[in-house]
Design a binder for this molecule. Structure first.
Ligand code: ASP
Length: 438
């Protein structure tokens, strides 16, 4: 058995063992939303959190900034020709938005057909107003509406200090700087060769570091999953909120297992499920870490290794995709907002559903690739729908409604992050095959 398969088997065993252990440790009295509530196995959970978050995710996150910078510089300099780079950029952005919109539409169809909110009206009426308080930053971005989101996005793309942006892990700024840097390295001709060689070597070293870190992935994955499930419990799937969770999961499965594979088949004529199997370590890491950016080093490794995506394309499409392209998050936000409206007895019109579709896509673009980011940017979607509801004299969705879903967010985050990473990988494969075709 080769090392990759051995590692995969160990990670799968860890996922199952983590879920079982989490369920055994589950404390039904524990409320993950209430900061004053103490879990009865708090010490074990703290140990899991330490192994999973501090050690495993910490090791992966440690590589993100140098990896993004080196992979983009390697990618951009190896494309060389600017018209080619422009074409690749346009195709990438078209792919991101097209698949996110498809994901949102699937989410809207599923949630409208299943109506999970209809069963939650009683719980919604009894929600205390204080249940959800968005943090100041989010509230001010959201209150600026779409203009606020755009301003926020542009200020991230043009950081005033690149070193500070790197130190603070502001990925978008690092991406824009690296693209600009890579383009100019190409322009200076021979003088830039040493820089290209340097970043190529940095990239190779970082990939080797990922391989090494992945050997503790089974332990990290076990600890993260046990931590999540011990706090929430798998029983929630059969509780009142279960139908909402099933709606999100069904949408994610349709998009991840049918739509994206179909898109891949149409464009690449390769077996999509065999490509999915080649990306398996990245998908399992996404499931456990809830973070596309923490998973990025593994996504890059699987895509350029077994997935046979060129370094040139992977270096460009994957880092950008990990922050911008979030099919799972877009789908989830659409389902969640319609669910909340249903719970408060608000019937959304087609026009309001269209507002949900557009803002959920933009809110997903704006979501950072970290745990629970999608829950946070959902405020933007609620806000946009509420403006329209208020204009037409209808009751609005109270922000406290987020209190209905916040408790189960971690479990849904695991699945939407997996779909986010899968969408990035499919995009890289498609752009790569279009690149070699021309
Ligand atoms: N956790 C997701 C990701 O990293 C973002 C989200 O919260 O939806 O891709």
């Amino acid at each position: 058995m080769n090392g990759r398969w051995l590692l995969t088997i160990l990670i799968v065993v860890a996922l199952v063992a983590g879920a079982v252990t989490g369920q055994l440790l589950h404390d039904p009295e524990f409320n993950p939303v209430d900061v004053n509530c103490v879990h009865k196995h708090i010490q074990v959970l703290q140990t899991f959190d330490f192994i999973g978050t501090t050690v495993f995710m910490g090791l992966l996150k440690m590589l993100i900034i140098p990896l993004i910078a080196s992979s983009i510089i390697v990618g951009v300099t190896s494309v060389g020709d600017f018209s080619k780079l422009g074409r690749m950029g346009i195709r990438t952005i078209v792919y991101y938005f097209a698949t996110m919109v498809i994901a949102v539409v699937i989410g809207l169809i599923v949630v409208t057909a299943m109506k999970p909110g209809a069963e939650m009206t009683a719980a919604a009426q009894s929600l205390p107003d204080t249940m959800y308080q968005p943090d100041e930053n989010v509230a001010s971005t959201a209150s600026g509406g779409l203009a606020g989101v755009t301003r926020n996005l542009v200020s991230q793309i043009i950081p005033t200090n690149i070193v500070a942006a790197m130190a603070e892990g502001q990925v978008l700024g690092v991406i824009s700087f690296s693209i600009f840097f890579g383009v100019v390295v190409t322009l200076i001709g021979d003088k830039g060769t040493v820089i290209v060689a340097f970043f190529n070597a940095v990239f190779e070293v970082l990939m080797k570091m990922v391989h090494t870190i992945m050997w503790i992935a089974p332990l990290g994955v076990f600890a993260l999953l046990a931590w999540s499930i011990a706090r929430i419990g798998l029983g929630v799937f059969t509780s009142a909120i279960g139908k909402y969770m099933i709606a999100v999961v069904s949408g994610l499965l349709i998009h991840g297992l049918l739509v994206l594979p179909l898109v891949l088949l149409v464009f690449c004529k390769t077996n999509p499920y065999s490509f999915m199997s080649k990306m398996r370590q990245a998908l399992m890491t996404a499931l456990a870490t809830d973070s596309s950016s923490a998973t990025l080093p593994v996504t890059m490794d699987c895509a350029t290794g077994a997935g046979q995506v060129s370094k040139k394309v992977a270096g460009f499409v994957l880092p950008l995709g990990s922050t911008i392209n979030m099919d799972g998050t877009a789908l989830y936000e659409a389902v969640a907002v319609v669910f909340m409206a249903q719970a408060f007895g608000i019937e959304l019109t087609m026009a309001q559903l269209a507002i949900v579709a557009v803002t959920a896509t933009l809110a997903a673009v704006g979501a950072a690739s970290i745990p629970s980011a999608g829950l946070v940017t959902m405020v933007i979607v609620v806000d946009a729908v509420n403006s329209n509801l208020a204009l037409s004299g209808q009751p609005i969705i109270p922000l406290a409604a987020i209190g209905l879903i916040i408790g189960v967010d971690r479990l849904l985050d695991m699945l939407r992050t997996t779909v986010n990473v899968w969408g990035d990988a499919v995009g890289a494969k498609i752009i790569d095959s279009l690149d070699t075709d021309q």
